[in-house]
Write a protein that binds this ligand. Sequence first.
Ligand SMILES: Nc1ncnc2c1ncn2[C@@H]1O[C@H](COP(=O)(O)OP(=O)(O)O)[C@@H](O)[C@H]1O
Ligand SMILES: [Mg+2]
Length: 252
Amino acid sequence: MTQTPLLRVRNLAKAFGGTRAVDHVNFELPAGRVQALIGPNGAGKTTLFNLLTGHLRADSGSVIFREKEILGLPPHAVWRRGISRTFQVPAIFENLTLLENVQVALRSHERRLLRPLPLAQAPTRAAELVAAVQLCEPLQAPAYSLAYGNRKRLELAIALANEPALLLLDEPTAGLAPSERARLMQLVHTIATRQSITILFTEHDMDVVFEQAHYVFVMHQGSLIEQGTPEEVRANRRVQEVYLGEAESGSV
Ligand SMILES: Nc1ncnc2c1ncn2[C@@H]1O[C@H](COP(=O)(O)OP(=O)(O)O)[C@@H](O)[C@H]1O
Ligand SMILES: [Mg+2]
C-alpha cells in the first residue's frame, strides 16, 4: 500500500519578467522525512517556498497538502493548515521579549484549535518551546538583543508553536559557524523525529545536507533536476556539473 503524500506539487510555475524562477515543478513529500532542497544561488528555492506558503502568487499549478488544495490561500491560512516556515533572514518581533514572541505564535495556534490555553499555562508552554530549541537566554530579554544564531533558534521556536505537520526552513544555518550549523540541524532533526514533523530545508553546506537529510531534491534554473538519497545525489554527474559550474564561475 502506498501512503498518500503529505504534500503533492504539480506543475508549479512562477516567472519574474523573463526569469522562470520556478519552472513547472513536480514533486511529492511523504510524511515524516527530513528532506533537503539544494541548488546554486538563484536556482529558485526561496521562490518555491514562497509559492508553497502563499507569500507569492503562482502563475499556475497545484499544491495539495493533506489532500486539500492550498494554492491561492494567504500565508496565515497556510500556516493554520499546518505549514510553518522560517526565513532566510529571521522574522521575529524585535521589541518583544523571547517569551512574548513565542506566546504570540502560541496564541494564534490555540485560536485555530478553539481551545485557548489557560492564561497561567501560556508562559509555561512558551518557555518549554524556548528550552526545546536550546535557546539559553533570559526569557525576558528583548528579541533585538539576541545574537544571530539565537535569532534563528527563536524563529524555530515560533514555527514549532504552530505544531506544524510540515516545516519549511529556508537556509536555517546561514551565517552560523560550521560547528553551530551541525548542532542546530541535529536539533531540528531530533525535534522533527520526536514530533513527527516533515521537514524541507534549503542549505548550502553540503556536509549538513548529507548528514541530516533522508532525501535530497536538487533545483537548477527553476527546475528540479534530480532527487534521491544523499548518496545517490552526491554520486550524480549532473549534480556535480551544476555545482562545479557554479564553483568555476566564482559564485560559491
Ligand atoms: N521578487 C523578485 N523579483 C524579480 N526576480 C526575482 C524575485 N525573487 C527572485 N527572483 C529571481 O528568481 C530567481 C530565483 O531566485 P530565488 O528563488 O531567490 O533563488 P534561491 O533561493 O535558490 O537562491 C533568481 O533569478 C532571482 O533573481
Ligand atoms: Mg534563497
